[in-house]
Write a protein that binds this ligand. Structure first.
Ligand code: ZN
Length: 160
């Protein structure tokens, strides 16, 4: 893999990121997910699969499997924690909030992002932003296709 710049994080943020990297939340496949969204980041080699199940408009279950750098895996782990039990509209608002945090290093992160605030430092390293946003792109693509599909039909999708 190419050697990419390593963002420096405040101590507290670094510990949060490492904790999600070492002890990922919801790292599991779902038995029969409504959506399987794959993501691949060729810049760094990160790969992931995100699994989503819905109960109506609510994310009733979420899981992921990933290989790659600590930023991509921590971001995916944090993503699963923050979207579980949320309605699709709320999830879309989280996606927008995360994206704006990644495009403006100076902005105050939205409160709803919770632990994800730890990743704000990545915004200063444009080449690493794709690591942090990979799971979010997969999530958004999966939601788009889920909402466009006839109800009950499982979706499989891939983003790069
Ligand atoms: Zn990466």
């Amino acid at each position: 893999m190419p050697s990419l710049p390593e963002p420096e994080f405040d101590e507290l943020y670094r510990e949060l990121i490492l904790d999600h990297y070492r002890n990922p939340r919801n790292r599991r496949q779902l038995p029969s997910p409504d959506v399987v969204a794959e993501g691949y980041n060729p810049l760094c080699g990160d790969e992931l699969e995100l699994y989503l199940s819905f109960d109506g408009k609510v994310v009733s279950d979420v899981g992921f499997q990933a290989q790659g750098c600590s930023i991509s895996r921590a971001s995916a782990s944090m993503l699963t924690e923050v979207i579980l039990g949320k309605e699709i509209d709320e999830v879309r608002s989280l996606i927008a909030a995360f994206r704006s945090m990644m495009t403006d290093p100076e902005a105050e992160p939205a409160e709803e992002l919770g632990d994800l605030e730890a990743l704000q430092g990545v915004a200063k390293f444009p080449v690493r932003v794709k690591c942090a946003t990979l799971a979010w792109h997969a999530l958004e693509d999966g939601l788009d296709r889920h909402e466009a599909a006839p109800s009950g039909q499982p979706i499989r999708t891939k983003v790069e």
